[in-house]
Design a protein around this ligand. Structure first.
Ligand SMILES: Nc1ncnc2c1ncn2[C@@H]1O[C@H](COP(=O)(O)OP(=O)(O)OP(=O)(O)O)[C@@H](O)[C@H]1O
Ligand SMILES: [Mg+2]
Length: 253
């Protein structure tokens, strides 16, 4: 379980550029919740994900994972339980490294192991099996620089990399936004399959109202650093995409 208690984040505090990104957020995310996060540009969605991954430390409030307080834990220390996939496929992978080197880095995430040690025969079999399930033929390209692959292929690998080491909470920040519609729907299907198989707790930011309601079990709507709506499964089932758009209009009005 992931809990945020009275969490606030302000950027550039005390300067002319001061900007409150999150205001007194209280949120409990139960195990295996699959939360879609919506909200207009600047609503605080990425900041919310960043405080869960440890990229940003809130000025106020506490973050707990299974009752352990992790508020001040850095990204590396949280890697054992939280992993993320970014919007830009280039951000989650290192273009100059080969596909297998990228996978080896993912495997050693949160541990002290070196890259060369992670590139052994046993792990190469694991990488081949991992990529074979994508049905993109990537298991034959393990020794090529990952920079040669398309954005969609890289994003599929980013997703597999995120869940390669043991973890519990998967954080997805518009991870299909840079992909063409067909590739985006392939990645969404893959995401759903992996989440169900590994029984992960998930937060997925999306600007697609279809994704927001069709994927996951719960939807939160953010605006100006506040959670405006928190829609459970039953409530979501009664809503249409148009209803969500109406909620946005009500907030803006
Ligand atoms: N590193 C930063 N420094 C200063 N201000 C920031 C920083 N990161 C975010 N902000 C500000 O905090 C607010 C929330 O930003 P955030 O990136 O969380 O929004 P978002 O909901 O993810 O938006 P988008 O849909 O555009 O990705 C915005 O006003 C943004 O300008
Ligand atoms: Mg964002």
């Amino acid at each position: 379980m992931l809990s945020l208690e009275n969490v606030s984040v302000t950027f550039n505090k005390g300067t002319l550029l001061e900007r409150r990104a999150l205001t007194d957020i209280n949120l409990t995310i139960r195990e295996e919740d699959f939360v879609t996060v919506i909200g207009s540009n600047g609503a605080g969605k990425s900041t919310l994900l960043n405080i869960i991954t440890g990229n940003i430390c809130p000025q106020k409030g506490r973050i707990l994972v299974n009752d352990t307080e992790v508020t001040a834990w850095p990204v590396e220390r949280r890697a054992r339980f939280v992993a993320r996939v970014f919007q830009d496929p280039l951000e989650g992978t290192c273009g100059e490294l080969t596909v297998e080197e990228n996978l080896a880095l993912a495997l050693k995430r949160g541990t002290q192991r070196t890259l060369s040690k992670a590139l052994n025969g046993k792990n190469r079999n694991l990488f081949e099996e991992t990529l074979a399930r994508l049905n993109l033929g990537l298991e034959k390209r393990l020794r090529q620089p990952i920079g040669l692959l398309s954005g969609g292929q890289r994003q599929a690998i980013s997703l597999m990399m995120a869940v390669l080491s043991p973890m519990e909470i998967l954080v997805l920040d518009e991870h299909t936004a840079a992909l063409d519609p067909k590739t985006a729907s392939f990645i969404i299907k893959l995401t759903r399959d992996i989440i169900a198989e590994k029984k992960l707790t998930v937060l997925m930011v999306t600007h697609s109202m279809h994704q927001a309601l069709d994927v996951g079990t719960r939807t939160i709507m953010m605006h100006d650093g506040i959670v405006k709506r928190d829609l459970g499964e039953e409530e979501r089932n009664k809503l249409t995409h148009q209803d969500l758009l109406t909620f946005f209009e009500e907030i803006d009005g």
